[in-house]
Design a protein around this ligand. Sequence first.
Ligand code: NAP
Length: 280
Amino acid sequence: MARILDGKETAEALRSTLMARLDALRRAGKEPHLAIILAGDSKPAAMYTAFMQKVAAGYDIPVRLVKEPETVTEAVLLADVAALNEDEAVTGILLMMPLPRGIDEGRVVETMDPDKDIDGLTTMNSGRLASGKEGLFPCTPRACMAILSHYGIETDGRRAVVIGRSNVVGGPVAQLLQRANATVTVCHSHTKDLASVTREADILVAALGRPETVTVDMVKPGAAVIDVGISRVSGRTVGDVAFAEVKDVAGAITPVPGGVGSVTTTMVIEALITAAERQR
Ligand code: NAP
């Protein structure tokens, strides 16, 4: 039976370090301040916003919510972002996705000040990640890395396979693993014989958004399996990994729920603190 890589435990362990960094910032007269832009009627976006407000409150971090209706125009959203960029009190901006239909998400994202872009969505920050520079990088991939680090799972010199190549999860997690000296293979929907590739992995990250697709025959015995997927199936929340069977062969595995998702919001706070430290 695999060791369970508990997201809540990881987030709790990170909290004391984050509190110390927050204290140092406050002593230096800088208060991190989160701004969230929530536009439209998306239920998941509204739920994530409410959850993020709760997490920030747990760190006594003020949150400014900019709420716009489903009928908002792109011009109004661009003006919202510009105002938050200009406001020196705001240290980080979260743009909740999806934006209402008809809005060019990429255009709105690109106007964000890259040094306040705490989810690392701008091309400036993806360029910094790709070229090994310092920057603000997507929170879910950093949550995967935080779990590996918390449980002492070595990445240096090990084979990692990432299923998924999106700009928010698969792509950046592969780059972060490579930075941590893993030998990384990225799989996607055109990959032939996926199982033969995934069976090579010492560390397998599943970020394909297809419920319970990674089955026991796709996992090398003893591998660490990080399941990023979140899907609702018959009223249950499940990941991309068939947990019930894979846990018997993997060496370590994240559950869903209670795995990567539980660390992602802590990484938002971490990015907000990092942004405030740099702006100081
Ligand atoms: P996405 O944009 O839909 O990307 C999915 C990726 O998986 C694509 O690169 C796609 O390949 C690949 N893929 C799809 N089907 C495949 C298959 N059968 N075999 C191999 N590769 C396949 O999704 P995403 O935004 O990266 O999110 C992935 C999952 O993570 C979703 O379940 C999402 O809900 C979850 N998520 C979780 C968190 C968290 O905090 N835990 C945060 C964000 C997202 P192509 O590029 O060829 O299309």
